[in-house]
Ligand binder design. Structure first.
Ligand SMILES: *Cc1c(COP(=O)(O)O)cnc(C)c1O
Length: 393
């Protein structure tokens, strides 16, 4: 099956008794019984597939895991309560039997950096942050000292850089470090990190996968090597996604390809329009031929589909001008998230990258005039019209 068909069919229609539901129902049961105790014994021993207790398996969640695993091309998937929980469990899986050291991108989702420094750091796990778009720096960091994992994003937040994932994965694998790739911004429609050498892919399914801003969740897609460790972590630590959220996420994914195609198309138009606007000094968009990673984008992402996130800088602007712009928006939603069907705008200096000092933000290129836009599926004319009236002084 092609990607678009898998999004609609994979995971569904598992036989339950002597009938087959067309779409997977929400199973709320905490435990499951079988015809014989011997069979239940086999299920507990994992000699036979099937649910026994909800922390081990849930049929609704299993359907979602099958679906996401098919889309990412992994060995197995694990549905977690949030994207951060997925990152946490993936990191633990990489660290249990490796040196306690991580190499991570210097511009990551804020909570990922914070988790590495404040929580893992306090537990004795060192993280070295490097520019993932500087291959020499990555190689030096990964081979200089024994490393458990490399943590990176396929399209970074908020400056939308695109590191050379395949080359980073080759460097990491040679050093026996796991490669954990956050594929939230690209989605498996645009990029499948497992095919390029990733060990584990994580998602905040809250974003594009679920796509409607109505359910928090995360996914881990794993290779064969980390499967057993992840299974043990999952069964003992209980990071599970609930069946209601699993249902909503699966329902969302059925239209992932349609939504993402439209969102990428809209983002292309919005980025070009912003670039020509007199109040905008700079546009960050991977689809821009002048983007610093244009060659990597051409190599790794499909033609014309460079994601649906656009960042831009207001000319001679700061916090005051950004706030005034955001308050004037009528249709575009000013809220902390992305990847939903509706267009959303976020101010990184206030929200996602608030915990960094102004100096640190400046060093990373996140200015006080930077705005991040998640382009939705609306009619593009309405998006442009809303932006135009909010940009008018
Ligand atoms: C939102 C997000 C996360 C965290 O996911 P939650 O579902 O909010 O826990 C991680 N990485 C990226 C790139 C994100 O956008």
């Amino acid at each position: 099956m092609k990607f678009e068909s898998k999004t609609v069919h994979a995971g569904d229609r598992r036989k339950a008794g002597n009938y087959i539901p067309v779409t997977t129902p929400i199973y709320t049961a905490a435990s499951y019984i079988y015809d014989s105790m011997e069979q239940l014994d086999r299920v507990f021993a994992r000699e036979e597939e099937g649910p026994s207790y909800a922390r081990y398996d849930n049929p609704t969640t299993t359907a979602l895991e099958t679906l996401v695993n098919e889309l990412e091309g992994g060995n197995a998937a694990f549905a977690c309560s949030s994207g951060m929980m997925a990152m946490n469990i993936a990191l633990l899986a990489a660290l249990v039997d490796r040196p306690k050291r991580v190499v991570a991108g210097n511009v990551l989702y804020g909570a990922t950096s914070l988790m590495l420094t404040t929580i893992f750091g306090a537990l004795g796990i060192d993280t070295e942050f490097v520019d993932m778009c500087d291959l020499d720096a990555v190689e030096k960091a990964v081979t200089g000292e024994k490393t458990a994992a490399v943590v990176m994003e396929t399209i970074t937040n908020p400056l939308l850089r695109v590191p050379q994932l395949d080359k980073i994965a080759a460097i990491a694998r040679k050093a026996n470090a796991a490669v954990i790739v956050d594929n939230t911004f690209a989605t498996p429609l645009l990029l499948r990190p497992m095919e390029l050498g990733a060990s584990m892919v994580i998602h905040s399914s809250t974003k594009y996968l679920a796509g409607h801003g109505d359910s928090l969740g995360g996914m881990i897609v794993s290779d064969q090597a980390h499967f057993e460790t992840l299974k043990t972590l999952y069964r003992t630590m209980g990071p599970n996604l609930g069946p209601f959220e699993a249902y909503l996420t699966m329902r969302g994914i059925k239209t992932l390809a349609l939504r993402m195609e439209r969102q990428c198309e809209n983002a292309n138009k919005v980025a070009s329009w912003l670039k020509a606007h007199s109040r905008i000094s700079r546009v960050h968009f991977p689809g821009d031929p002048q983007h610093p990673d244009a060659a990597t984008v051409a190599r790794l992402l499909p033609q014309g589909q460079a994601g649906a996130m656009v960042a831009f800088e207001l000319k001679d602007g700061g916090k005051k001008e950004v706030f005034a712009f955001m308050e004037k928006l009528k249709m575009i939603v000013c809220a902390t998230s992305l990847g939903d069907v509706h267009t959303m705008v976020l101010y990184p200096a206030m929200a996602s990258h608030r915990d960094l000092s102004p100096k640190h933000r400046e060093r990373l290129g996140i200015g006080d005039n930077l705005v991040r836009l998640s382009v939705g599926i609306e009619a593009v004319d309405d998006i442009l019209c809303d932006l135009e009236s909010a940009l008018r002084a």
